[in-house]
Design a protein. Structure first.
Length: 387
């Protein structure tokens, strides 16, 4: 596909949507050929799962949408999952950056290939204003139940089987239907609106990403304040599961929450608190933030406070004891006696002869030790006045 025209990026538009509108404005043999031109050659022929190489995309579009990090931040959910946790991709496993790791187009844009939500009023507004609609990132978030712009429930966008594999589909080219038919969610509307706003606030947050260790500590402290931790800091599994189910059990009818809120899913969530860097579903993290902190802002403030309290300078000040001068003089004297007793003193010999003094000086008096007993050099016996 020869690219002669590029669309204007709309607010909160997904990468999939940009690729679809670029295809409409340029001639190509088919949509698969358009994907190869935009994202590079691939044996994958499914449009929604086409591997994305953002370096190739930026080269093909002449940098019209920015460089790869900008495109990743503004048109995908990568930044959202970095803040929330639980991304559906594992860049570390590939040992390659997300921009060029080859993750699927819908996975980067929507979080997975099965999530396609839209707002009928947004589609109508787009058609009246631009003549064409586009997919919005905020509508694809794990807890996106409401369109916050029109205060209406989001609809599930469906298409005939395999259509998404062979061609691009924009919202007006699909059918928008009610996503949740099996249960009446009207009594829980305030909770759904709150969860939708929480996810949206996380998506559009421009502050630094929280430290994983600080986030873990904040979660545990909040659970402890509610009496859900044992004396040894472990989760009270039964009480935790009962409270989580009481608050959000009505979401089990939602396909996105059926597994996370099942007994097995809650058990996995409890076990994830054993390690600070454990992978956790984004649905779990969002529900925990809503339950324990009430808002994204409240959670971020707690993480910032925790990160400051856990900073290395403060930690070192608390854990490093003040050693007595007598200990220092004793170990320095042992070191100087050893140096004066050898024509060519070596650290490895000093370690054998006086291991305790060697370790004490190396750990607590490093500057003096390196100055008077440096590594791998010829020594002149120091004057006694140095002691």
């Amino acid at each position: 596909m020869q690219i002669n025209s590029l669309p204007i990026l709309r607010h909160d538009e997904t990468l999939y949507s940009i690729a679809a509108r670029t295809r409409l404005q340029n001639a190509a043999r088919d949509d698969r050929e358009a994907c190869r031109s935009l994202f590079g050659p691939s044996s994958n022929i499914r449009i929604a799962e086409f591997p994305v190489n953002l370096s190739r995309f930026c080269e093909a579009t002449g940098g019209h949408f920015g460089d790869p990090p900008d495109v990743l931040l503004e048109t995908t959910l990568c930044g959202f999952f970095e803040r929330i946790g639980g991304p559906p991709w594992r860049a570390a496993k590939w040992r390659r950056p997300v921009e060029t790791a080859g993750y699927g187009l819908a996975t980067l844009s929507n979080g997975n290939v099965n999530t396609w939500r839209g707002c009928p009023y947004c589609v109508e507004s787009d058609l009246l204003t631009y003549g064409i609609s586009h997919w919005r990132r905020a509508h694809q978030l794990p807890t996106a139940f409401f369109c916050l712009a029109h205060h209406t429930s989001l609809k599930l966008s469906i298409a005939p089987n395999n259509d998404r594999h062979i061609r691009f589909l924009l919202p007006e080219q699909t059918t928008l239907t009610t996503d949740y038919r099996s249960v009446n969610l009207a009594p829980y509307e305030d909770v759904l609106v709150r969860l939708s706003k929480l996810a949206s606030d996380a998506l559009f947050d421009t502050s630094d990403i929280s430290n994983v260790v600080a986030s873990h500590a904040v979660m545990l402290r909040a659970l402890g304040s509610r009496g859900l931790l044992t004396a040894t800091g472990k989760i009270r599994a039964e009480e935790f599961a009962a409270e989580l189910s009481r608050r959000y059990g009505f979401l089990q009818h939602n396909a996105d929450f059926r597994d996370p809120l099942s007994p097995e899913g809650i058990g996995i969530l409890c076990r994830s608190f054993r390690c600070a860097d454990s992978w956790r579903r984004p649905q779990h993290n969002l529900l925990l933030i809503d339950w324990l902190f009430g808002s994204w802002r409240g959670y971020r403030q707690q993480c910032t406070w925790q990160a400051v309290m856990d900073s290395p300078s403060l930690t070192e000040a608390k854990v490093i004891p003040q050693h007595s001068t007598d200990d220092q003089l004793t170990h320095r004297k042992i070191c100087l006696d050893f140096i004066n007793s050898r024509a060519l003193p070596l650290r490895r010999e000093f370690f054998v002869v006086a291991r305790r003094s060697f370790q004490w000086l190396l750990r607590n008096d490093t500057k003096w030790f390196d100055l008077n007993f440096p590594k791998a050099r010829w020594y002149t016996p120091p004057q006694s006045s140095l002691f």
